[in-house]
Design a protein around this ligand. Structure first.
Ligand code: FEO
Length: 162
């Protein structure tokens, strides 16, 4: 049995995943506007993934007989100063999402909610990947500094994301 408290927390996470999707879409729009199409494609894919995460919560909440309640999605930032600033923000955001997922697991354990704990384990694993992939890009951007040629190469590389 899923508690009302857990239902609320799951709906809040659904909203946080939708915001993630919106934030990465805003980052994609920024890159598009600056003609960095590889970076833009990577961010669009990231945004789609986040929408997928939100839909996993949507599906689970319904599956356990609770109700999805959609709330307002916060307006994302839309201006940045550099590639590095964007990816550092993405990294901070993923660390924040990881904390939220861990808090949800803690709540499931506290409530003896094994079903939700089991459902959340997919996200625990996914967050390791999410943080790691953004972290790698942050490190690469730090190495690149202001070498335009290397930045173009990274743009080409990230544009290959399927
Ligand atoms: Fe859905 Fe990037 O966490």
């Amino acid at each position: 049995m899923i508690s009302n408290n857990m239902e609320k927390a799951l709906n809040e996470q659904l909203n946080a995943e939708l915001f993630s999707s919106y934030l990465y879409l805003s980052m994609a729009a920024y890159f598009e506007s600056k003609n960095w199409f590889g970076f833009a494609k990577w961010m669009k894919k990231q945004s789609e993934e986040e929408y997928g995460h939100a839909m996993k919560f949507f599906g689970y909440i319904n599956e356990v007989g609770k109700k999805v309640t959609l709330e307002k999605i916060e307006k994302p930032k839309n201006e940045w100063q550099s590639h590095l600033e964007i990816f550092e923000e993405a990294l901070k955001h993923e660390q924040y999402i990881t904390k939220r997922i861990n808090d949800l697991v803690n709540l499931a354990i506290k409530e003896n909610d094994h079903a939700t704990n089991n459902f959340l384990q997919w996200f625990v694993k996914e967050q390791i990947e999410e943080v790691s992939s953004v972290q790698k890009i942050v490190e690469t951007l730090k190495l690149i500094g202001d070498q335009a040629g290397s930045l173009f190469m990274l743009d080409h590389e990230l544009g290959k994301r399927e």
